[in-house]
Design a protein around this ligand. Structure first.
Ligand SMILES: Cc1ncc(COP(=O)(O)O)c(C=O)c1O
Length: 417
């Protein structure tokens, strides 16, 4: 048995994994940026790049309208603004997500109602949604976590039955597929993020997709101080922030969109190969792709069976890091309501809003430990690997070798060998 690097053995990998420099952004982005700069206009509504990106993204996804923003969080807030979500409205969403899904709900002075997740997909469990619906529920935000699509059919049925708006948070799921449909095209509004860790990036940015002209119109106003850029009026009819994308972001986003297909194909190839390499290892569970969909591998989750291996996920992660295999077990390691902002209900300074707002006194909402037991149990058992499109198959083999080595050592020790 090989000695673990954490115990002084030789690490599986000493060479660093490929870095993004020179690989993500290149001559296409520079060309677009140069054109934007040479135009002398960097203001989105006055230039051509943001408009061009919106046109291309809508076409790429087969949707009628695309409205950009300056972040994914802003895109979701804009979606809520476009749907006229009111203070005190309840919005159901996943208990496992980024604050980018939740902050817009609080910004709208609405109330997040959190749903537990499915053990295999880490996404909202559709069978647990209906019990959360009250007369105050206005919308469901589905989060397609880490590239795996939610089970949309039952969620769409529920939304229809209860007349709820449906928003998809696709920040982590560009080009993920569910029953032949692409994430972001199955609901009232699909929202995306272009921040720097996403499949495609322009540093910071957000996108909304819709087929509804009224939603598109109101979203365009909501992200732009409710200014009517067609020249018809400068007389805002409702309060709206400035979430405009700049021409620099638009320029880079155009170039990035041209690379999206190849990025997704490459990640699928590498991650599916890794899953094959990791099959049948005791104590290790690679991600399962839904048979009716296609994962896009924003991140690659590996579940550690602590009982079988006799170590904690943190110990496993530390041992693997020493083997030269980067991953982490801390991001998304617990449902979001365990964050202080929920526990302390510290939302709008010293006020009790949204929970104690005049418009919301319907029921007492709290987020006690145990609220979403599946998420509390499984999220701390997973390691997150970031398998980038610019990794080689040899990089992936090293990852598999590292996992096998660490697993073998712990498993044998647990078996008393
Ligand atoms: C699931 C999810 N939703 C929303 C966001 C918000 O995106 P941004 O960081 O662009 O505001 C993120 C970003 O990390 C995310 O992962």
């Amino acid at each position: 048995m090989e000695k673990l690097a954490i115990n002084g053995g030789k690490p599986v990998r000493t060479k660093p994994f490929p870095r993004p420099a020179g690989k993500r952004f290149g001559k296409e982005e520079k060309k677009q940026l140069k054109e934007a700069i040479d135009s002398g206009v960097l203001f989105g509504p006055g230039g051509t790049k943001v408009k061009e990106f919106e046109k291309r993204f809508a076409k790429y996804y087969g949707k009628k309208y695309c409205v950009t923003t300056n972040s994914g969080t802003a895109a979701i807030h804009t979606a809520l603004g476009a749907l006229k979500i009111k203070p005190g409205d309840e919005i159901i969403t996943s208990c496992v997500t980024d604050m980018g899904t939740i902050a817009p709900i609080f910004l709208a002075n609405a109330i997040p109602v959190l749903c537990d997740i499915d053990e295999q997909t880490y996404n909202m469990d559709p069978s647990k949604i209906e019990q959360l619906i009250t007369p105050r529920t206005r919308a469901i935000i589905v989060v397609h976590l880490c590239g795996q699509s939610c089970d949309m059919d039952p969620i769409r049925e529920l939304a229809k039955k209860h007349s709820l708006f449906l928003i998809e948070d696709c920040a982590q799921s560009y080009m993920s597929v569910y029953k032949g449909k692409i994430n972001g095209t199955m609901t009232d509004i699909g929202c995306f993020s272009l921040n720097d860790c996403k499949h495609i990036s322009c540093g910071e940015g957000g996108i909304l997709l819709t087929d509804d002209p009224e939603i598109a119109k109101r979203a365009a106003l909501f992200r732009d101080k409710c200014y009517y850029r067609d020249g018809s009026s400068r007389n805002p009819k409702f309060m709206a922030p400035n979430y405009r994308m700049s021409e620099l972001q638009g320029a880079v986003a155009i170039a990035q969109l041209g690379k999206l297909k190849s990025i997704i194909q490459r990640r699928r190839k590498l991650c599916r190969a890794l899953t094959k390499m990791l099959s049948n290892i005791p104590g290790i569970e690679p991600p399962k792709e839904m048979s009716c969909g296609e994962h896009s591998y924003f991140a690659y989750f590996v579940r550690v069976d602590e009982n079988t291996l006799g170590v904690s996920t943190q110990e496993f992660s530390d041992a693997l890091s020493k083997e030269g295999i980067p991953q982490n077990c801390q991001y998304l390691d617990a449902p979001i309501y365990l964050y202080e902002v929920f526990q302390e209900k510290n939302i709008h300074g010293e006020t009790s809003c949204p929970y104690g707002c005049i418009s919301y006194k319907a029921r007492d909402i709290s987020y006690p430990k145990g609220l979403c037991p599946v998420a509390e149990r499984i999220m701390k058992l997973k390691l997150i690997f970031n398998i980038k499109e610019y990794f080689t198959m040899d990089d992936v083999k090293d990852i598999a070798e590292g996992i096998k080595k660490v697993t073998d050592c712990f498993y044998s020790k647990k078996q008393g060998k």
